[in-house]
Design a protein around this ligand. Structure first.
Ligand code: PTJ
Length: 245
């Protein structure tokens, strides 16, 4: 990361790409993660590479959901681990959530490597290694979750998630928060809180909102959840992209 000059006009994009490459080298990120990153980067360009106001609102609503949850869980895949490991640990601390590694292309090696990586970034307890429960209606490998983690969660943050699994989690009745730069992708379309923003901006902003709301009255936090309009958030993102073109 030292080689990228901070005043480069596309600094964040270069940094993101670099972190994904490092993630692949370290055995954390799947090769497909590079394709995912490329798609995300194109949408981010169209959004102006900034957190648009509707995304900030979604990040605040997401923080509120996590604070109100009985059992919030933050799901981590190979891209998330490469891009925002310490930031996910901070968000977990700020909201009382658990961290669970949950992979689309599941291998024991990558699970272990990601769990170690998160611990190096300050995580104490990392779930996902027991894999003693299954998400119904999803093929075997991708369905594996911890009984005490995602399976039991009432609110789950699933960043950069595949559409099938997002739908299967939604069908389990969970409150789903999705971070995805493509507002037309199935995962944000099914999420109760779709966050159309780059994960490297979204997660620290959610933590900031969570810290700010930590001492607020529960009624105030509930009001934020209730005022959030998912359709409006998706439309605002799409409109921003169209105008950008
Ligand atoms: O580590 P694994 O095995 O769990 O695999 C993870 C990936 C991401 C490879 C896997 O879940 C996958 O293939 O996902 P998709 O179907 O490519 O979806 C990823 C979505 O994330 C796409 O809609 C991208 O636009 C979006 N995306 C990519 N980078 C970012 C992003 N959204 C927010 N921030 C990003 N930095």
């Amino acid at each position: 990361e030292e080689e990228i000059p901070e005043d480069h006009p596309r600094y964040q994009d270069l940094l993101t790409r670099h972190r994904i490459e490092k993630g692949v080298e370290k055995g954390i990120t799947h090769l497909q993660g590079m394709h995912a990153e490329g798609r995300g980067s194109a949408f981010d360009y169209l959004l102006g590479e900034e957190t648009i106001p509707s995304a900030d609102e979604a990040e605040r609503a997401a923080a509120a959901h996590l604070l109100l949850a009985e059992k919030p869980v933050l799901s981590i895949n190979g891209n998330v681990a490469a891009l925002v490991p310490g930031e996910m640990v901070d968000l977990a601390d700020a909201t009382g959530a658990d961290l669970e590694v949950n992979l689309f292309n599941r291998t024991e090696e990558r699970l272990e490597a990601i769990a170690d990586h998160l611990r190096e970034h300050g995580a104490e307890d990392v779930k996902g290694l027991e894999a003693d429960a299954r998400i119904p209606n999803l093929d075997h490998q991708r369905a594996k979750v911890d009984a005490e983690g995602i399976y039991a969660a009432d609110v789950v943050l699933v960043p950069l998630e595949d559409g099938d699994r997002a739908e299967a989690l939604e069908a389990m009745g969970k409150t789903e928060i999705v971070i995805d730069l493509n507002p037309l992708s199935r995962s944000p379309q099914v999420a109760e809180v779709p966050i159309v923003d780059n994960i490297i901006r979204a997660v620290p902003n959610m933590t900031e909102h969570a810290r700010e709301l930590a001492d607020a009255d529960e009624s105030e936090v509930r009001a934020i959840v209730e005022a959030f309009d998912r359709e409006a958030a998706l439309e605002a993102a799409e409109e921003r992209i169209r105008n950008g073109l």
